[in-house]
Design a protein around this ligand. Sequence first.
Ligand SMILES: O=C(COP(=O)(O)O)N(O)CCCCO
Ligand code: NA
Ligand SMILES: [Zn+2]
Length: 311
Amino acid sequence: MYVNTKEILEDASKKYYAVPAFNINNLEFLMAILQGAVEKKAPIIIETSEGAIKYAGNGNPLRGARFFAETVKNYAESLDIPVALHLDHGKNLEYIAAAIKAGYSSVMIDASHEEFEKNLEITKEVVKWAHAAGVSVEAELGQLAGIEDNVVAKENVLVDPQQAKIFVEETNVDFLAPAIGTSHGAFKFKGEAKLDFERLKRVKELTKIPLVLHGASSVPTKFVELAEKYGANLGGAKGVPQEDIKKCVELGINKVNTDTDLRIAFLAGLRKHLSENEKEFDPRKYFKEGMEFVKEVVMERLEFLNTAGKA
Ligand SMILES: O=C(COP(=O)(O)O)N(O)CCCCO
Ligand code: NA
Ligand SMILES: [Zn+2]
């Protein structure tokens, strides 16, 4: 069934487990993720960036948002697990409006690169709009390092727990992404991963709402090596250690954003299949191995986060 993201995350927050939010840009990733979630009898959050909407809509936000909303709703209504669709890193109000209009379950307003007051004001506005349409809202405080689509966050600006309390009270936002040291992409840490667990604990105590971990891919060595065996160059790829993710969930993270892990798994499968099947030219066949590897990563994460069996 197609549900509101808040329903899924409230249960997770109450019972201290987490739900992965997997990014898609096409049908193949959606099918692989849903197959994994059905097999694990788990609720699931599908999310698209603004870039994915631009891609599927060939530059037209509403066309792209409708493509994903209608496809995901269509699949969700035929399945007996809860499925939500979320706009990830909404920065452009045109895209946020398109996602709300198309029927997304929730939207993120990411104004964390703005000053605190500005972020608060923009988020308040989006919450008013979204709630009027029955759509829940995620916001972000602090900045991840690395590239956030079109915004390069120069340094890790970690969340201020006191500010988080005020922000949540004033904006009535449904869930919050506190920056605690992660970053997006496959090259997350120069040296050792260092997440600020104490800071996360304080944010949960002070806000008491579902929390989101961005940049949560673990970059599994198995698929990095397999992709490289078949010609990829991912030298130096490094993700968040699994034990750090587990600790974040124990401290109150309930939505775990995962994009890079699926991209690398699919890439490994595609490269392997193409190099072993030089005569194959049916995309329903040569995408299959990549989809199998995506499904494998999905099922592992659902088990690891204790989402399995919670549908
Ligand atoms: O926080 C995340 C997941 O980040 P990652 O999967 O790179 O760790 N996202 O918001 C997904 C989109 C960012 C670009 O990858
Ligand atoms: Na941000
Ligand atoms: Zn993110």
